[in-house]
Design a protein around this ligand. Structure first.
Ligand code: F3S
Length: 292
């Protein structure tokens, strides 16, 4: 079986940086504010090093170290952490930080902020927190109805992992309603590259395996893309979820992985796939023995 692995599979630059930062931290009480990534194994590894997840900032005490993950947080939460006397270890992805700055500045200049993204995603909640939670958040054409017919000054930004085509469609609809508009295409190229590569790869193979957390929105998007372009798409969190019967007899299998999938998980899946070939070699050898 030929196994083709997407070059862009796995941690993106921002996630890699955040994880490195977290693993390099030490101290009495160290926390990540929310799970550092959507990956149980990585969260568990950090826990074994004494770095726990905190979900509620009320539990923070003075001198606690709090690692902010790559998604970033709202402005008022930085303030809260400072008031609590926490030591902030900021692992917000620089690309997300850049959106915070845009939103803060344009909001202060009187622009209405519109975010194209998933309103429940922590990154989007974080961005909204840089304009006093006044942004309108839209993720599909039906949401356009939320907007006034005649918008004044608009500043439009996107969630970094948003789908490019959907972004173009939605921005062109918003342009029609705005008197003045500044558009920042803040979709991260890492996401774009990963999605484009997934499209290309899934057209060439008999099955695509997408490795990623079930809660990871970028992994789910990869699965959707692969499903559209390949007759078989298999979404797994790690090698234990891979049923080899699903790929037996196939000659070409592609692999991609979401931004929060560690290299060792990708490698474990590849190793398991190779075991199909080993089984086949052993079966063939047994058959040959019988024939003799
Ligand atoms: Fe940053 Fe892009 Fe990753 S915004 S966290 S490098 S997907």
């Amino acid at each position: 079986m030929e196994i083709l692995v997407a070059k862009s599979a796995g941690f993106c630059f921002g996630v890699k940086k955040a994880i490195e930062k977290a693993f390099n931290e030490n101290g009495e009480r160290v926390f990540t504010y929310g799970p550092i990534i959507h990956n149980k194994q990585v969260v568990e590894d950090l826990k074994n090093r004494g770095i726990e997840v905190v979900e509620d900032l009320e539990n923070i005490k003075p001198k606690d170290k709090v690692i902010i993950r790559s998604h970033g947080i709202p402005k008022n939460e930085y303030k809260k952490l400072e008031e609590k006397g926490a030591i902030i270890v900021d692992a917000t992805c620089p690309y997300v930080k850049h959106i915070h700055k845009i939103v803060e500045q344009r909001y202060s200049e009187g622009y209405k902020i519109i975010i194209v993204g998933d309103e429940n995603h922590p990154e989007v909640k974080g961005i909204n927190g840089w304009c006093d939670n006044t942004a309108t958040i839209i993720s599909d054409v039906n949401d356009i109805e939320k907007l006034n017919q005649n918008l004044g000054k608009v500043c439009l930004v996107a969630q970094t992992t948003f789908n490019q085509n959907k972004w173009y469609n939605l921005s062109s609809e918003i342009i029609k309603r705005a008197k003045e508009i500044i558009i920042y295409n803040t979709i991260c190229s890492a996401t774009d590259e990963r999605q484009n590569e997934a499209i290309e790869l899934s057209k060439q193979v008999d099955a695509m395996i997408i490795i990623g957390g079930k809660n990871s929105s970028n992994s789910r998007k990869l699965y959707e893309i692969c499903k559209e372009n390949c007759k078989k798409a298999i979404f797994i969190e790690d090698e234990s979820e891979l049923d080899l019967n699903d790929i037996k007899g196939l000659s070409k299998v592609g692999i991609t992985a979401g931004a929060s999938t560690p290299d060792y998980t990708i490698k474990a899946v590849i190793d398991k796939l190779h075991s199909v070939d080993i089984e086949k070699i052993e079966d063939d050898a047994k058959n040959e023995e019988h024939e003799l």
